[in-house]
Design a protein. Sequence first.
Length: 447
Amino acid sequence: PAPAAVASSGAAAPGDVVVYDPSSRQAGETVLRVEEDNARAPRPVAYRALKATDEVALAELAAARGLSEDAFKVLQRPSAVTAILPSGALIEDLEVDPGPLIRELRYRTCLEQPTPEEREQLEEAYLKPLQLLRERWWWNPMAMSVLARQLDEHGFVLIDGFLPEAQARHLRAANEELYRSEGGMQRGATTGGQNRVGIDHRGDLLKWVGFGGATDAERGVTDFAGCIEVALDAMRQCAQRDAPSVAQALSGVRWRSEAMLTCYPAENRARYFRHTDNSTGNGRALTAILYLNDQWEPGHGGELRLFHPGAENLKIKTEVAPLWNRLILFWSDERCPHEVLSACQDRYACTIWYYDGLNPDIPLFDLNSQGAAAGGPSGAAPPPPPSPVGAVPPPPPVTGAAPPPPPVTGAAPPPPPVTGAVPPPPVTGAAPPPPPGTWAAPPPPPV
């Protein structure tokens, strides 16, 4: 049977497109099943169905979405049903199991976008005042005070133009060299597996890099870590007055991870589904990501979508463009669930995690000593020296600006790591789609 309710020959239709073989009864029934489930959603997702036999419309669609020749052949397979997402990513073999597309549409319909008023409030209160300042603006005590309050109230901060240009270029070149060299990077992994919703749960390639070594990558991440820690110390001091909870949290940070250089390849529209960086008590307190995407434009994809706090909260807080030399800091726990949207251009970044608790499974570097933290794997590279080569020198005093507050003496030591926390049970196997006649919001994908 032909799914007349959603069938359309509009190749350039926005949103999702479902391509199916009209001569196959199974393919037609699959499209009808997806349509029926979507119609029961509180906010149905607009999508189109396109017959695989309409070669002209199919070619127009492939050109509009930037599909490769191999992807175009996938759309023409006999008896097949394939979904094309707005990013150009494909969900294949839906004639066998339409569940992956059903779950994708359900997730999309449950997302709650921020209101125009919420966007404006965030822009006016935090982002615009910071954009008025010049290069190295984050050295300014007033800027640090604003950043501390934003981290306290919204759980994240942005610092544009973070590294000196030469250091940022050096780090990008090292990242790209690793990506393009054979065996230079490996697939990212998650505890939830790679194919939980029809396409990769996590599609990035990565390389862990230590500090203090002689390679371009090691020198680059050493300088980067040094600049982050200068910024965190300044923010901690300014937060003593304006955001005491931030000051306390930053005072408890004692270790850093190795740096993770990543690329989200455009070729497979790589993405990373909704997750938190610390949902199991792994010790991560703060996530620091530097984006290394020169000449990024809207449409290139790869935005970081931040959600409001909560393990199952699908209300979107904001979407952060991965702009050149932009640093984002955010809490690693369930205060900042997030996902990386599909990349339509190769997306480069460098990430370092800061810990307030030890993790015996990975090398951690003590911020106050010259060795790897106790409990980490042996043989780890030493942390960077106190003044890394190429680090930004302290800026000259700002005329008329209030001096930063003096270091606080006699402050209470950081609280000991929490013990005895019960980790969430492991997730095994994706839930099958519900029977016809029911509709339920899906749980968030596993981390």
